[in-house]
Design a binder for this molecule. Structure first.
Ligand code: NAG
Ligand code: NAG
Ligand code: NAG
Ligand code: NAG
Ligand code: NAG
Ligand code: NAG
Ligand code: NAG
Ligand code: NAG
Ligand code: NAG
Length: 595
């Protein structure tokens, strides 16, 4: 009896240790962009540019031709002519087509100097105005002009079947306006230059995009629409009508954005990407079911090279911040193809960061190696004066997140603004507005917790070998820990002591086993929580959950699986078995010593 109670006491004491499957924290100053060894590059993803660069992992260069090179007279096609566009010498189609490498394409067609000369007299059209580089453009919505552009696309991509060329990764369409970006800014605006009403412009637009999708047929995922959601230049049509980009994507095209460098502005409500503002909370919603996001063949592009270029200037103290946030914004939008220029994108300067970006591009919840949340509160000033959309805290938007959400919730998990205020990042251009980076606990009001929720397709139930990395500001003396769950028991990690160096640290905890099933604390239902156990507020910048080992999709050890089916665990892990065996051994030796 005596021995039995000793054993029972031992069991009671040792259960938390048996399941205390966590080690750490490991502390590192600054950010931590490590990528687990098992991660692979997503097939339909990568860095692209005008020119390839092996050392910068830019493997897809451009195939650029002007319409006039290909179609010198009506219904005549040639492949040996060269052209000059914006002082760039375009080699002949044949010369460029002789490459064995992958490429992306632009057919420059709207410029007076890009289109064949016969078009103007044949269609009785002339310049509608100049773009910001001084190039004049033709009205591609003129039915005669569009009819001839359509024939040219049809000839190259359907008759010659270039649409099926595996080297062709994607093509910017429709190939109109400055840099082939479907943006008339400074030319005028659609209604002034066309005299079109919304209805007649929209009728042309819908048919023209459908024409391209029809020409590409099963390869329409290679089409990349180059206009923006809520285009600035389409006149003061109401926001509900300014959804041309969303419509192009609905027809089957991909999309790209040219200005994620300005990462707060005009990029919160982007229905073409399936990203919208949650008007009840001010966080962003990401729609994984939107065909652009759910079909891994589609192209979701952006370009991040204008930090100290293209007329922008970023002070040296802010370059890392601008590069980091613009690329994090790109990932939050689900980008799989990223346009970079080695020098002006600072690829070698921030090589660890770009390595993480390169592995992250194009991942979906069930293929991602990590889940992360950037905690912040930042203005999207595009909406400041537009009343068609309203939300609490407008124009501030909270967080940038992928597969991991931090949510302010009742019961002590409300956060307040971080202490780091950023503004005027791009020289005098204040398009970025104001942002507060990081979020703080608010212990004065009884809010000592930050609650985190993983996407169930990223992880649900018990998984093995997970790291949680928390980047925090060493702001004022305090302490925090992670509250997590394993084997149905809620546990604490050891505490991280916060000091006063005013620099960022990343603390890493390794979990040999952890259970994510939305049930840490009654009422809050988080997957894990950061708890402030000190007497001053803590400031958290970035939280990342990393799967240290590959997981096989479709299996689960979660107790109850909710409606979202998908990827789950697990790799059998010897460490946890070992730790249990070790405890059994201890127990056995105790029993033996007692007998
Ligand atoms: C956590 O795991 C990483 C990667 O396996 C390892 O380098 C590190 O030493 C581990 N830290 C602790 C405290 O176990
Ligand atoms: C372009 O190159 C591909 C691959 O060699 C070839 O199949 C195709 O016919 C070429 N296109 C033209 C227009 O010559
Ligand atoms: C477009 O032009 C019309 C007519 O000049 C003008 O009223 C409108 O404000 C312009 N829209 C934009 C977005 O510039
Ligand atoms: C997400 O996209 C799907 C597919 O287009 C659509 O049916 C659904 O309504 C969208 N969900 C939200 C919340 O917008
Ligand atoms: C936490 O903050 C919220 C919002 O400011 C407040 O309503 C609540 O009373 C605070 N305290 C607790 C324990 O939730
Ligand atoms: C955060 O800052 C914004 C802008 O100054 C302000 O509107 C908001 O009330 C602040 N939120 C908190 C919780 O302090
Ligand atoms: C999570 O696990 C607990 C047991 O610890 C269980 O009671 C609860 O129903 C589970 N929740 C979900 C959402 O599966
Ligand atoms: C975890 O830490 C919190 C905050 O200090 C404390 O209230 C709780 O009792 C701890 N739980 C365990 C299992 O140690
Ligand atoms: C289990 O986890 C440990 C520590 O992270 C690791 O060294 C070991 O390789 C893992 N075992 C398996 C089978 O994945």
């Amino acid at each position: 009896m005596k021995y039995l109670s000793v054993i029972l006491i031992f069991l009671t004491i040792s259960i938390p240790f048996i399941y205390s499957s966590v080690s750490g924290p490991d502390l590192k100053s600054g950010d931590d962009w490590s990528v687990p060894g098992w991660a692979t590059i997503t097939t339909n993803s990568g860095f692209f540019s005008e020119e390839t660069s092996t050392s910068s992992n830019i493997n897809v260069g451009v195939f650029d031709v002007a319409w006039r090179q290909l179609n010198p007279s009506k219904d005549v096609y040639t492949y040996t002519a060269t052209a000059t566009v914006k002082d760039m010498a375009f080699q002949s189609f044949n010369t460029q087509n002789s490459t064995t490498k992958s490429f992306w394409m632009r057919i420059w067609n709207s410029g007076v100097d890009w289109a064949p000369t016969w078009i103007q007299s044949y269609c009785s059209v002339g310049s509608i105005g100049k773009d910001y580089d001084g190039d004049s453009h033709l009205p591609i919505w003129n039915s005669c002009v569009w009819g001839e552009i359509k024939k040219m696309y049809s000839h190259i991509f359907l008759d010659l079947n270039m649409r099926a060329d595996p080297r062709l990764k994607f093509i910017y369409v429709p190939g109109a306006f400055n840099w082939c970006e479907f943006d008339l800014t400074e030319v005028g605006n659609y209604s002034t230059v066309t005299g079109y009403s919304y209805t007649s412009f929209n009728t042309w637009f819908q048919q023209a995009m459908q024409d391209l999708v029809d020409i590409f047929g099963p390869y329409s995922y290679k089409l990349v629409y180059t206009g923006e959601d809520y285009p600035f230049d389409v006149d003061n049509w109401p926001a509900t009508k300014n959804l041309l980009a969303r419509d192009a994507v609905s027809k089957g095209m991909g999309i790209r954005n040219g200005i994620t460098e300005i990462f707060n502005f005009h990029l919160s409500q982007i229905p073409a990407y399936g990203v919208t503002i949650d008007t009840t909370t001010g966080y962003l919603n990401f729609n994984k079911s939107w065909p652009l996001q759910s079909n891994p063949n589609r192209v979701i592009g952006t370009e991040n090279e204008c930090y100290n270029d293209c007329g922008f200037t970023v002070a040296s103290a802010n370059i890392y911040y601008a590069v980091k946030m613009s690329n994090i914004k790109a990932l939050q939008m689900g980008v799989n193809w990223l346009y970079l220029v080695p020098s002006t994108s600072y690829i070698s300067t921030y090589s660890d960061f770009y390595n993480w970006i390169r592995y992250s591009l194009g991942k979906q919840s069930n293929t991602a190696f990590d889940a992360w949340a950037t905690l912040r509160n930042a203005q999207d000033t595009f909406w400041s004066s537009d009343n068609s959309l309203n939300w609490p805290g407008k124009p501030y938007i909270k967080n940038l997140e992928t597969n991991l959400l931090q949510r302010d919730i009742k019961g002590g998990a409300y956060t307040k603004n971080g202490s780091t205020k950023k503004t005027n990042i791009y020289g005098g251009n204040n398009d970025l507005g104001i942002s507060y980076e990081g979020r703080q606990t608010d212990i004065a009001s009884g809010n000592n917790t930050m609650s985190f929720f993983l996407d169930d397709q990223f992880s649900f139930g018990t998984i093995k070998n997970v790291q949680i990395k928390v980047t925090y500001l060493d702001l004022q003396p305090s302490q925090w820990l992670i509250r997590y769950k394993d084997n149905d028991i809620v546990l604490n990690t050891t505490a991280v002591t916060v000091g006063t160096t005013n620099i960022y640290y990343t603390a890493t905890f390794n979990f040999t086993s952890i259970q994510f099933n939305n049930s840490i604390t009654i009422g809050r239902n988080a997957d894990f929580e950061i708890i402030n156990t000190g007497s001053k507020d803590i400031e958290i910048l970035f939280v990342r959950v990393v799967k240290s080992f590959s997981v096989s999709p479709g299996t689960t050890t979660g107790s109850i699986h909710n409606s979202d089916s998908g990827a789950n665990t697990i790799e059998p892990n010897e460490t946890s078995i070992l730790s249990i065996s070790f405890n059994l051994l201890l127990l056995l030796s105790l029993i033996l010593s007692l007998i």
